[in-house]
Ligand binder design. Structure first.
Ligand code: NAP
Ligand code: MG
Length: 496
């Protein structure tokens, strides 16, 4: 049986990765600079991590380009590509406990979630795309007697992956695995708050036999390393998950450089609508609570708005509060903890600022609202629920990316759907109803890339993931993600 003491001892005994992986070598930054990597668990420094900048990005892109051009990965037989990616998944499984520990130390998420969700899902992602890579077929065009035409999927070249800190390994795996499966080379820039599992992944890929230069990992700051990658003339695509503000910059960088392709997954303000004929009020209340409080609310698909029919609202909100009261901030390394620390002091302050704005705008605070466990030196915020939140309140419109739920009551279906669609975002949405016609109508009318009926977050790697409107474009997960990392080439052979 694992315990807090077990994970604390493990943290003191494992090698914590700190260096970049460039051109097949585990290496310090060319400048020799490092930055302090802080654990939100207690505000203490975990280690000093290589601070990559444009020089390291240049080296990584040159290496990725050379690997792509000489075909050391791209031209490998698909059986061999599969074997190496499966080996990578096996090594991730071998080191799953270490990866989980690194993730929880780095970002403050409960170790139980890292062990049971983040790391297994990341391994599954690598396996899924390893299995899929020899099932990508082209097309044969209409026949004529003197010509054969076909369309093939060609890898794009060098893919820059820029990922956030909320699910660091999983977001990296969602991008890297399909990009590699299609034969591309990759340069990964993890978030400055969460470099550890990305660095470990780079080391494991070398151990698995991925040729040098095919997967480079350059830790560093967005404004230096990330920007250099996105402005690079020799990068063919940026695959991004993170904030809308940076997403907009990435499109500018593309226009200012080489028109590289950009895919953006940008978070949301996702509504969960509970109609009066909800088939299972208990399940709906559970999903309403965990839809926002899972991962401390630092989830792009967080169910941050609850729209509930006025006929059932009072009882429903009491149920929800009953569940939310049992979710208390705890030490991320304790196996009993279900709700950990926010990723950084800055993110904690952002959440507290939104709470203060909601109070000043007249929203009714029903639970939480304060910093917690301050004595630990860590960055914890209580699960927080506001009721009577108006549709035009800041809390109804802006993404907090923290454990703050906005409850709004509605009286008719049209009003509920209008409110649900009434933000600039369109990532996820949910409805709870027994009425199959209403479920269908709502599912079609909701402007969101993911719609869940009578559940929340109810799908996995097999289904596409991404947003409408300012939640971005391009899809992670599923077989569709493979095509994101390829271009279609039409070939015609005239028979003479
Ligand atoms: P962010 O700034 O968008 O960071 C995401 C990634 O982009 C990080 O790797 C970051 O590097 C990099 N980056 C930052 N500036 C860049 C630039 N000019 N060029 C290229 N890359 C750049 O997100 P954040 O600051 O960590 O969080 C801010 C807000 O973003 C959150 O409150 C939340 O609303 C949203 N967010 C959304 C998601 C999501 O899943 N959609 C995930 C995380 C955050 P650095 O880490 O070094 O800055
Ligand atoms: Mg960190």
């Amino acid at each position: 049986m694992t315990s807090l003491a077990h994970f604390e001892a493990l943290a003191g005994s494992i090698a914590i990765p700190s260096k970049a992986v460039i051109d097949g070598k585990v290496t310090p930054a060319l400048s020799g600079k490092t930055f302090d990597n802080v654990s939100p668990r207690n505000g203490r420094i975990i280690n000093a991590v290589a601070e990559g900048d444009s020089a390291d990005i240049d080296a990584a892109v040159a290496s990725a380009r050379a690997a792509f051009e000489d075909g050391r990965w791209r031209k490998k037989h698909y059986n061999e590509k599969k074997r190496i990616l499966f080996k990578l998944a096996d090594l991730m499984k071998r080191d799953a406990e270490q990866l989980a520990l690194l993730e929880s130390l780095d970002v403050g998420k409960p170790i139980n979630d890292s062990l049971k969700v983040d790391i297994p899902a990341s391994i599954k992602t690598v396996r899924y795309y390893a299995e899929a890579l020899d099932k990508v077929y082209g097309e044969v065009g209409p026949e004529t007697s003197d010509r054969i035409s076909f369309a093939v999927h060609e890898p794009l070249g060098v893919i820059g992956c820029v990922v956030p800190w909320n699910f660091p390994l999983m977001m990296a795996a969602w991008k890297i695995a399909p990009a590699l499966a299609m034969g591309n080379s990759v340069v990964l820039k993890p978030a400055e708050q969460s470099p550890l599992t990305a660095l470990k992944l780079g080391e494991l890929a070398l151990e698995a036999g991925l040729p040098p230069g095919v997967l480079n990992v350059v830790p560093g700051f967005g404004a230096a390393a990330g920007k250099a990658l996105a402005l690079h003339m020799d990068v063919d695509m940026i695959a991004f998950t993170g904030s809308g503000a940076v997403g907009k910059l990435l499109m500018q960088y593309s226009g200012q450089s080489n028109l590289k392709r950009v895919s953006l997954e940008l978070g949301g303000k996702s509504p969960q609508i509970v109609f009066a004929d909800c088939p299972d009020l208990k399940a709906a209340a559970e999903h309403a609570a965990w839809g926002i409080f899972y991962n401390q609310g630092e989830v792009c698909t967080a169910a941050s708005r609850l729209l509930v029919h006025e006929d059932i609202a009072d009882a429903f909100v009491e149920n929800l509060l009953g569940i939310a009261r049992t979710i208390t901030p705890g030490d991320p390394l304790s196996p009993d903890t279900r709700f950990g620390a926010m990723v950084s002091e800055e993110q904690m302050k952002t959440a507290l600022r939104y709470i203060s704005t909601a109070n000043s705008e007249g929203c009714a605070l029903r639970l939480g609202g304060r910093r917690a466990r301050e004595d630990t030196g860590g960055f914890y915020v209580e699960p927080t629920v506001f009721d009577a939140v108006k549709a035009d309140a800041t809390l109804s419109r802006e993404e907090v990316f923290g454990p703050v739920l906005a409850v709004t009551r509605f009286s008719d279906t049209g009003q509920a759907l209008k409110m649900a669609n009434g933000t600039v975002y369109g990532l996820a949405a949910g409805v709870w109803t027994k009425d199959v016609s209403l479920a269908h109508r709502a599912a079609r009318e909701l402007r969101a890339g993911l719609v869940w009926v009578n559940g929340w977050d109810a799908c996995d790697i097999t289904m596409p993931f991404g947003g409408f409107k300012q939640s971005g474009f391009g899809r992670d997960r599923s077989l569709h993600a493979l095509h994101k990392y390829a271009d279609l080439k039409s070939v015609s052979i005239t028979l003479r």
